[in-house]
Design a protein. Structure first.
Length: 353
């Protein structure tokens, strides 16, 4: 009688697989995923290892930015598997844009964090929950978790890319609260340290563009977006599509209508499935190409519907200046009121009611 592979061996390889995912080592993660999948089919019966494999399979799909409808297994009585259930569920919610729900899942996982012995796995949790709090504008919580993230990941140079990602989030917070020069200094320091990490480097270049964009330095922002898109690791990703859209919106502002239309046509299918950028496209095409008022109205309604108040506030503030320069003071007043309303909602988002 052929005996199955001991579950302890399969469980060990599952941990290796998860470690590769934490490091964002795509090649190792893909290789180990195939290896573990083959082993799991020949393993002796062990429900705990099988459940662990299933949550890791979902985590793997999220790492590769693959759409997944896989239902996570029901939580187990084992504290660590319970932790993984809530943690991976939080990541699923995050990638679907349901940030408040993601934070709730992460908070449930945090109650079980004592079951996580590996310090780098804990650091990965801190990075994820920090990103969740950042997305719902709870910057104080985000910074606290980011500091813990950096302290742990800095213990091993293998995780330098994770340290850079945490620094990138800190800089984004600086930028969004108007501390542009502090954000810029952090971005450039991180850019220098990211030379060996092309994917992180492209995110920093994109972020530098966004930082200049918030200061209405459109030509400089355009330059950074173009630099990011010149790197192959960025251009074909979902974030790369965001950069193409942001570049197109800048071209519209600068009167470069045809290049902007060409870029937007290139990502048209993707735009239909991204609430934030679909709404922005409706607004900017309406304002700068002049196809009527419905686009602006529909765009803001879509942003509000999906609780994207920060983005709605930024666009409203920009439109105040745009219409004031054209002495259309009625519209400027309307968008000034809209900006104030979005600011209030923005600071309410994520708070318990």
């Amino acid at each position: 009688m052929i005996q199955g592979i001991p579950s302890v061996i399969v469980g060990s390889r599952c941990l290796d697989w998860y470690s590769a995912m934490i490091q964002s080592d795509f090649e190792a993660a893909i290789r180990l995923k195939h290896e573990v999948t083959d082993m799991i089919d020949r393993m002796e019966t062990d429900q705990h290892v099988t459940a662990f494999y299933e949550v890791l399979a979902v985590r793997h799909s999220l790492l590769l930015q693959e759409t997944t409808t896989t239902n996570l297994p029901l939580s187990s009585e084992e504290p660590y598997l319970n932790y993984m259930y809530y943690f991976i569920s939080g990541q699923q919610e995050y990638y679907e844009g349901r940030y408040t729900s993601a934070v709730r899942m992460y908070t449930s996982a945090e109650k079980l964090l004592d079951s996580v012995g590996d310090p780098f796995e804990r650091a990965e949790f801190f990075l994820r929950i920090a990103d969740g709090y950042y997305r719902i504008n709870q910057y104080t919580f985000a910074v606290t978790y980011l500091e813990q993230t950096i302290e742990l990941f800095e213990r091993d140079p293998t995780y330098q890319n994770k340290v850079l990602n945490a620094q990138l989030l800190l800089a984004a917070i600086d930028s969004e609260i108007g501390m542009y020069h502090k954000a810029e200094a952090r971005y450039f320091k991180t850019l220098y340290e990211a030379e060996a990490f092309p994917k992180v480097k492209t995110l920093i270049l994109r972020s530098l563009g966004l930082n200049r964009l918030r200061q209405h330095k459109y030509t400089e922002a355009k330059s950074f977006f173009i630099q990011a898109l010149d790197i192959k690791e960025h251009v074909l990703t979902k974030v790369g599509n965001k950069t193409k859209a942001d570049l197109a919106f800048i071209q519209l502002r600068l009167g470069e209508i045809e290049p902007a239309k060409a870029l937007l046509n290139e990502i048209e299918e993707w735009l239909q499935h991204n609430n934030e950028y679909h709404a922005k496209a409706l607004i900017y095409e309406d304002v700068f190409i002049g196809v009527g008022e419905d686009g602006v109205k529909e765009g803001f309604e879509e942003l509000i519907q999906h609780q994207l108040y920060f983005d709605a506030e930024e666009i409203a503030v920009e439109l105040v200046t745009y219409y004031e320069e054209r002495e259309q003071f009625g519209k400027a007043l309307y968008f000034s009121k809209m900006a104030f309303k979005m600011n209030v909602k923005n600071h309410q988002l994520g708070m318990d009611e």
